[in-house]
Design a protein around this ligand. Structure first.
Ligand code: NAD
Ligand code: UD1
Length: 339
């Protein structure tokens, strides 16, 4: 039997795009999701787009019996771990739920992997672990600091993996720090499906473009940036997903623990993002300036060279493609996967 990859949180935004890229690259996989923040539909669409079948388990990554069952039914040799909660503001309201889901989830997974002798893992970390940058662009060796419970779960998760590796260097652990994933599959059939009012800029903007919301709220225009609005490193979700396929190279025996930024290296301001999406939509999108959002930083963008040198991966899709695909998804699915 060919090796199989377990993808936790496989029905989510990044998970579903990564499942698609894994299938297109010829891998066998099994997906696990409890659908707390996604719908079964996303993986049905992946099956249609790739014309390939794969097993999907509905359940919780904290359910060790279920994990053991998956390992007993499939020859899992590596795990890509996306399952978790990711909303910063919500994490300050529900810190215990975030620690429980993100950290107990990771621990249960690692315990079962160890028991089963499967020691290859890719972990979804975030540029949020860099906190307030001391210099830009951010290299992987930049100082780490976090300011909210969500960020802390990612930093603690990274530290759990560092401690595990120190105790047993036969693990191959890849920590991927994502910058700002946006966009959708070029077909417009797979994309981000935020629940309620979107926290992130791009889903909010596409909802304004489709008439679901009145105007874009620009959080602050007095930052120390060229136009005063926040600058971020937006990366196409398809590029980000391909970064996971490239990172599996680091599951080769003896690879150890590796950390990579997944970003483009290019920062864009909020006003530049509004202009870019306006071009994709074909008309100017309305916006108003609001006060700064608490906890936001002025600028954040990656030094992506390590991933390029060691994984042979770099982002290929530009801002125009990110906006065009995000808009195509929004047009086809104004209510997300429920449409
Ligand atoms: P998402 O919410 O779309 O996907 C997460 C998936 O995990 C969902 O399908 C959800 O139902 C599932 N899930 C949550 N808890 C689970 C559990 N206990 N058991 C099983 N399934 C569970 O989020 P995403 O944007 O695809 O993010 C994936 C990962 O990447 C997360 O760990 C997130 O913290 C991390 N990340 C995301 C971003 C981003 O901007 N999207 C940035 C940095 C890091
Ligand atoms: C946020 C999270 C980060 C997480 C990432 C991806 C915070 C403080 N940080 O990053 O931890 O990894 O999402 O999920 O929440 N903006 C507006 N109007 C909006 C929304 C955003 O002007 O309606 C601005 C923000 O001030 C920022 C930029 O747009 O300058 C990007 O914001 P967002 O998409 O929320 O991402 P981050 O804040 O970078």
């Amino acid at each position: 039997m060919a090796d199989t990859i377990l993808v936790t949180g496989g029905a989510g935004y990044i998970g579903s795009h990564t499942v698609l890229e894994l299938l297109e690259a010829g891998y066998k996989l099994v997906a696990l999701d409890n659908y707390s923040h996604s719908y079964p539909k996303s993986l049905e669409v992946v099956k249609e787009l790739t014309n390939q079948a794969f097993p999907v388990y509905e359940g919780d990554v904290r359910d060790k019996d279920l994990l053991q069952q998956i390992f007993s039914q499939h020859p899992v040799t590596g795990v890509i771990h996306f399952a978790g909660f990711k909303a910063v503001a919500e994490s300050t309201q529900q810190p215990l739920a975030y620690y429980d889901n993100n950290l107990v989830g990771l621990l249960c997974l690692l315990e079962v992997m160890e028991e089963q002798g499967c020691k290859n893992l890719i972990f979804s970390s975030s540029a949020t672990v860099y906190g307030q940058p001391t210099h830009l662009p951010l290299g992987e060796d930049a100082p780490l600091s976090v300011t909210n419970p969500y960020g802390r779960t990612k930093l603690i998760g990274e530290n759990i993996l560092r401690d595990l590796y120190a105790q047993d260097p036969t693990w191959n652990l890849v920590l991927l720090r994502y910058f700002n994933p946006i966009g959708a599959h070029p077909s417009g059939r797979l994309g981000e499906d935020p629940q309620g009012v979107p926290n992130n800029l791009v889903p909010y903007m596409t909802q304004v473009a489709s008439g679901l919301r009145d105007h874009i709220r620009v959080f602050g225009n007095d930052y120390d940036t060229p136009d005063g609005t926040g600058v971020r490193d937006y990366i196409h979700v398809v590029d980000l997903s391909r970064g996971h396929v490239a990172a599996m190279k680091k599951w080769a025996p003896g690879s150890g623990l590796s950390i990579y930024n997944l970003g483009t290296g290019q920062g864009y301001s909020v006003l530049e993002m509004i202009q870019a999406l306006s071009r994709a939509v074909g008309r100017d999108l309305p916006y108003k300036i609001y006060p700064r959002r608490p906890g936001d930083i002025a600028s954040c963008y990656a030094d992506p060279r390590k991933a390029q040198t060691e994984l042979g991966w770099s982002a290929q899709l530009d801002l125009e493609a990110m906006c065009r695909h995000a808009w195509s998804w929004q047009q086809q699915h104004p209510q997300g996967f429920q449409d």
